[in-house]
Structures are given as structure tokens and as C-alpha cells.
Design a protein. Structure first.
Length: 401
């Protein structure tokens, strides 16, 4: 049976449509499929030997990502950046050849721009750019070595009042050992210090959304290790899953909104199970269909159309649905009494298909993607600390015969 698509939803469907799959690459665990070499071709995209930075203009359709591909033939200090045009607010993820996330960033380029610097071992990498609010966006993407010209101004320049840290890691305040936390403003304590007695994976948090904290981790010689801006809402968090060696480490703290507000900084041992649970709760990764404590409610086979009312919070609830044949899968989350919804769809291997926050002029979410027959996971949550209800609609459209 064939169902006509309503004209009123046509524009939203086009914006939410998954990009066509291109067959030339299956890099980064599949995330690089459809990506474009930052230098135009593979040979010109070796950043370690390039005579200058490489740059692209990225068109990000609603809910999708733009993926730039590059390689590093020898270990090098690399900088990745994305700056949106107009009011565009890009978010970047850097993935290695296996699809592991090397780093993520939202606003470290200054204002809404993204920027991150790190040392990369030889290999092939993918830089994925998406829009923070899930809407369409045009952005400039630049990848280069740290000795080459920057695209963005950096974290010290913001759209509001400029905040400048005083001091250095040499003047850092001791926060204590693992399991410790302390609270102070950036104005009072811009640097914190902690010491590890044995190799340990760690989690570092900076919490106060009103301040919008940013944290950067350095070793005792002030060598850059990692940084984060918005991990959970506007709070910052760094997870170092590979053990840090014994020694002293420095946490540099900034506030994008108000440097006089108190920020709670904590240092704990990294818990991989808790980290996965947090990813599932935020909808940034899909829980497995078996063998995990996260509940996935089966909606069965999607024959034509189904509707469910869902009691929601800012932690994602998960549903699975069966597509009996290839076609267009459309999912909509309509908030009750003004609830601001957020949606994501993954395939059964945990690969993101499409994500959306707001479509049109409202706060409801809508996604549409051409998919093959199989099982898909739908994550739905409300935005930023809210509770409420939403109606979840799933529809299947097939080509006319």
C-alpha cells in the first residue's frame, strides 16, 4: 500500500532526509561513508605533509552530518575547526579509522565556532560536523597543523563579556586525590591540580550551567591532553578511558557566561559502564538490543502507522521498531503542552541514521530517512532538565508500484 506524503510536511521531510550513501569509502567504522576528502582527493589530504591547511564549505541539512576525511602519514599536532555562517552553531566529532571518537567540541573556537587541538598518530580520520540545534547550516571546515593559520579566534573570545584566566598551572590549587571535588569561580580559582599515584583512567567534571564552564587538561609540563565545553547540557566533562600515568596534572577552567559564578570541579576514576549509560541517556549512542540494563521497548513491525504517548524527561527513552521492507521511515515527537522534544534514530548496529531537535517554527521533532528492511532504535527525550509528555508517531511509506 502506498501513502501520499502531505504537502505541509514536505519541506520538513526534505530537511530531515538522510543523505544518500556514497560507496567510495567505508572509513571510521562506517561514519565516513559519503564523506569528502578535505584536500579534494586522498593524496592531497595528508595533513602531516600538506604545505598549508585544508578547508571545505560544509552544507549540513537538518539532522544530518557533513564528514571531512583526512589522513596523517606521520605523527603530528593537528587542529580541527568549524565556523558556521550567520547564526550557525557547529558541533564537531573527530573519529579514528575504527570509528572511535577521538574528541568532540562545541564552542571552543569562540562564540558558536568549534575548535580542538591534539596530537594524532599516523592513520586516517573523519571529522563530522553537525548543527547544535539539528537545523540546516552552512559552515566552513578547516583542518591543519597547529603551526598553520587558524580559522577561529579561540576560546578566549566570546560573544559576551570576555573572560581571561589569571595565572598558570604553576599557580594551580590542589583539589586532592581521586574522588575529590571543590567549588570556586574562575575569577578565584582558574587552575586546579591533582596527582595520581598509579596509572588510572579518570573523569573530570565542571558543573554549573549558568556559568557554562570549559575545562582543559594538561600534564605537569603543561602539554595539552584534552578539553571539553558542552558535554552534558552546558556542563563540561573529560573522560580519559586510557590510563593516565602517575604524576601531577593541571585542569584549566574557563566560563563562557559568567566567570564570577561558582563551578564545582571533580576528579574521579573513569567508570566505563557509567559512561555508556550516560551516552544512552543523552541519546548520543544507542543501547544494545540485548544484554544491557537500558530498557528498549519493542513497538513491533511498522505496517503503516502507529502512535504512542510517552512520559518523558531529559533522559532518553528507547524504542525498537521493525521495517519489513525498504522504504521511507518518518518519526515525529509532538510535545504535549509545549514540551520541547528531541529525536534520534539508529540502526541495529548502533550507527546513527538521523537526529532532529526542532523542525519548522515549533519545538516538535521530525525525522525522515530512506532505510532498508531491519530493526531500528528510536531515542526520544525532552530538552534540558524538563519533564512532560509527548506523542510518538511512526509512519512507513513505500514507493508506488
Amino acid at each position: 500500500m502506498t501513502f501520499p506524503i502531505k504537502q505541509t510536511a514536505f519541506a520538513a521531510l526534505i530537511c530531515g532526509m538522510a543523505s544518500p550513501t556514497l560507496a567510495q569509502t567505508n572509513l571510521c567504522g562506517g561514519s565516513g561513508t559519503g564523506g569528502k576528502w578535505i584536500g579534494g582527493d586522498e593524496a592531497a589530504s595528508d595533513i602531516a605533509t600538506a604545505d598549508n591547511f585544508r578547508e571545505q564549505m560544509a552544507l549540513v541539512l537538518g539532522g544530518n552530518e557533513y564528514v571531512s576525511l583526512f589522513s596523517v602519514s606521520e605523527g603530528a599536532d593537528i587542529r580541527v575547526e568549524a565556523a558556521g555562517r550567520g547564526q550557525g552553531d557547529p558541533v564537531i566529532d573527530l573519529l579514528d579509522a575504527a570509528g572511535n571518537v577521538v574528541l568532540s567540541d562545541d564552542d571552543s573556537g569562540g562564540g558558536g565556532a568549534s575548535r580542538a587541538e591534539t596530537f594524532l598518530e599516523p592513520g586516517t580520520y573523519c571529522m563530522a560536523v553537525r548543527s547544535y540545534d539539528g537545523g540546516p547550516m552552512t559552515a566552513f571546515v578547516r583542518i591543519g597543523r597547529q603551526d598553520q593559520q587558524t580559522l577561529t579566534e579561540g576560546i578566549s573570545v566570546t560573544s559576551g563579556e570576555e573572560t581571561t584566566r589569571q595565572g598558570s598551572c604553576a599557580t594551580a590549587t590542589d583539589i586532592g586525590g581521586l574522588g575529590s571535588s571543590a567549588t570556586a569561580s574562575v575569577n578565584d580559582t582558574p587552575y586546579w591540580r591533582f596527582t595520581l599515584d598509579a596509572p588510572t583512567p579518570v573523569t573530570i567534571k565542571a558543573e554549573n550551567e549558568d556559568a557554562d564552564p570549559v575545562i582543559t587538561l594538561y600534564d605537569a609540563d603543561e602539554n595539552y591532553i584534552d578539553e571539553n565545553d558542552d558535554f552534558d547540557g552546558l556542563n563540561a566533562q573529560i573522560n580519559v578511558a586510557d590510563s593516565l600515568e602517575p604524576g601531577t596534572y593541571c585542569i584549566a577552567l574557563e566560563a563562557l557566561s559568567d566567570s564570577a559564578l561558582p563551578i564545582t570541579v571533580s576528579v574521579d576514576a573513569f567508570d566505563p559502564e557509567a559512561a555508556l549509560a550516560s551516552l544512552y541517556a543523552r541519546g548520543e549512542a544507542a543501547p544494545p538490543l540485548q544484554g544491557d540494563s537500558t530498557t528498549v521497548t519493542s513497538l513491533g513491525v511498522l505496517e503503516t502507522r502507529l502512535v504512542r504517548e510517552v512520559s518523558m524527561s531529559d533522559e532518553a527513552k528507547w524504542f525498537s521498531i521493525e521495517m519489513p521492507e525498504s522504504g521511507l521511515l518518518m518519526v515525529e515527537a509532538a510535545g504535549v503542552d509545549g514540551a520541547d522534544t528531541w529525536l534520534v534514530v539508529f540502526d541495529d548496529l548502533g550507527r546513527e541514521v538521523v537526529v532532529n531537535d526542532d523542525y519548522g517554527d515549533g519545538l516538535d521533532s521530525l525525522i525522515a530517512a530512506r532505510v532498508s528492511a531491519g530493526t531500528y532504535l528510536i531515542g526520544i527525550r525532552l530538552f534540558e532538565g524538563a519533564d512532560g509528555f509527548a506523542r510518538l508517531l511512526a509512519e512507513r511509506f513505500v514507493a508506488a508500484k
